[in-house]
Structures are given as C-alpha cells and as structure tokens.
Design a protein around this ligand. Structure first.
Ligand code: DHB
Ligand code: MG
Length: 213
C-alpha cells in the first residue's frame, strides 16, 4: 500500500467487524486478498447512494466485501438481498458465518460452484440485479461483465476489483491469460456504449460503471 493510501486508511477508526473478518479469513488459512479498506467503504457508499436492493457478488472469499455491500442496504424497506457466487464451499461457509456474525444472515444467499454456470442459471431464471461486484478469477472478468450486462436492471452499477493486477495490467511484458482478460475487461468498461464509467487507479484499481437506461 502507498503512503497516501496508508494515510487515508489511518484517518478512519478501526472497523471492529471487518478486522474480525480479516482475522477469521487468516485463521481459516484463506488468502488475505479482501478488497482494500477504502474500496470497502466505497462499496457501502455506492450501494447506499444508488439505492440498490438486489446485489450480485461474484467471488465471496470470506465475506468482507459482502458485509460492505450489505451495510449499504441497511435500513432499506424489504431489507435488500445479496446473492454471492463462490467457487469453493468452505469459503462460502466462512463468508456466510461472517455475514451472520455481522448481523446480515437474513439477506445473503450463497451459490457454490463455477460462477459461469451459476450466472447461466440466474439468467435462465430471469433474475435481475441492480448492483454487481466482480471480484473472482481474473480470467473470467470479460464473461462476468457480459453476464452482468444481461442480468442488469436499467441503471444498475457494475463494480470490479483488481483491474491493475498489482502492476501487471500496465506491464507490456506480461501477456498471460489473466492479464489479457483484465485488459480486455477494462477496454470494454471504458468503451462499451451501454456503459458510463470510470476507473480508479488507487490500491489495486477499481472499475465503476453504470448501465445506461
Ligand atoms: C489478489 C487480490 C485480490 O483482491 C483478488 O481478488 C485476487 C488476487 C492478489 O493480490 O493476488
Ligand atoms: Mg479482489
């Protein structure tokens, strides 16, 4: 993290709930790759400001971002809902436990398995969402974006983590499949006529797009 990112994060009081979640993730031997604190706060703000109430997350890990998303729906009439797609059952179990401990067990539904198959099923079922958070395998980002566009209500927001891949995205020598997929994802975020968007270069990069309509 840069000095500036550290300075900004240091302005905030320690978040006891999210600190416990990070400790829980480490204790389970899961990777410490939850979304940056500043972007967690941004997720909560974006959900709250947009009034989103049907959130789809692709990649649950240990529930850190799930809690940030759920916080943004707090106090909503009807409570809002979070559908979270996760490849690994043990990760989904940890995430569900962390959401329950944070008081959000009522709103979260975990779907375990390959996200592409889960997305195809959600599409078949005619499910629609007004907020998407993409934070799963990076090779899948272009496909996840296509599905988000298909499952989006008009005006839906699409947010994606790690679009800089810790510098690999902008390193011309890097040409692996994940890097190429994320470059193509970023280009589509910037240029697809169905989207208005911006890309934040702080931390590991965050894409934010709104589906026109
Ligand atoms: C890494 C970080 C992430 O936030 C993620 O979703 C995947 C990988 C990483 O730093 O390796
Ligand atoms: Mg991430």
């Amino acid at each position: 993290m840069s000095d500036i990112e550290q300075y900004v994060d240091g302005l905030y009081e320690t978040d006891a709930v999210l600190t416990r979640v990070k400790e829980g993730i480490a204790a389970e031997g899961m990777p410490s790759i939850s979304i940056a604190e500043g972007y967690g706060r941004l997720l909560t703000l974006l959900v709250r400001m947009s009034g989103a109430e049907k959130v789809l997350e692709i990649g649950a890990l240990g529930g850190y971002s799930g809690i940030c998303l759920a916080r943004g729906m707090e106090g909503k009439e009807g409570g809002g809902s979070l559908v979270s797609l996760e490849l690994l059952q043990p990760y989904a179990d940890v995430a569900a436990r962390h959401l329950a401990e944070a008081g959000y067990d009522g709103i979260a539904e975990y779907i375990v398995g390959d996200a592409k198959e889960s997305l195809a099923r959600l599409k078949e079922q005619g499910r629609k969402f007004d907020f998407f958070f993409i934070d799963a395998d990076k090779e899948g980002y272009p496909i996840y974006l296509d599905y988000a566009l298909e499952l989006a209500l008009p005006g839906a927001l699409i947010v994606a983590d790690n679009i800089l891949l810790r510098g690999r995205t902008t390193d011309a020598a890097k040409q692996g499949p994940a890097v190429q997929a994320v470059r193509s994802f970023n280009e589509k975020i910037a240029r697809d006529v169905r989207l208005e968007s911006t890309i934040l270069p702080g931390y590991d990069g965050l894409a934010i797009a709104r589906v026109r309509g």
